[in-house]
Design a protein. Sequence first.
Length: 138
Amino acid sequence: MTSSSDTRAERAVGSHRLIVATYAVLTLAGLGRSSFQVLTKFPEAPLAYSLSVVAASLYLVVTISVALSARRAARVVAWVALVIELLGVLGVGALSVLRPDLFPDATVWSQFGMGYLFIPLVLPILGLWWLRKTPVSA
């Protein structure tokens, strides 16, 4: 028979794996897309493509730091990176709605991540929630 603390621990591990896996997929997609855009079409939308590189790089940092979040230093990096990401999604999302002329091509954060089913908006919130709810073990 499992206790409620065992069930909570299993849910935390499952949530952690899902968050890391989702960030890993976003990292690969973002790095691939932004690399292609910068190498082939950069003059068409330099702001959008630069922001795509920033987002992809941030996703890589988040993937690694959340994966290693049992370590105190990685956890601090994860907190900072997730807050920066959330601010980026909110800022670029708002700017892309208010000033669409600045974004002739979309970024992962355009319109709050609408092109990615709003995952870029929801994921940092989930990551921050998970960090807040789980203890530091090392």
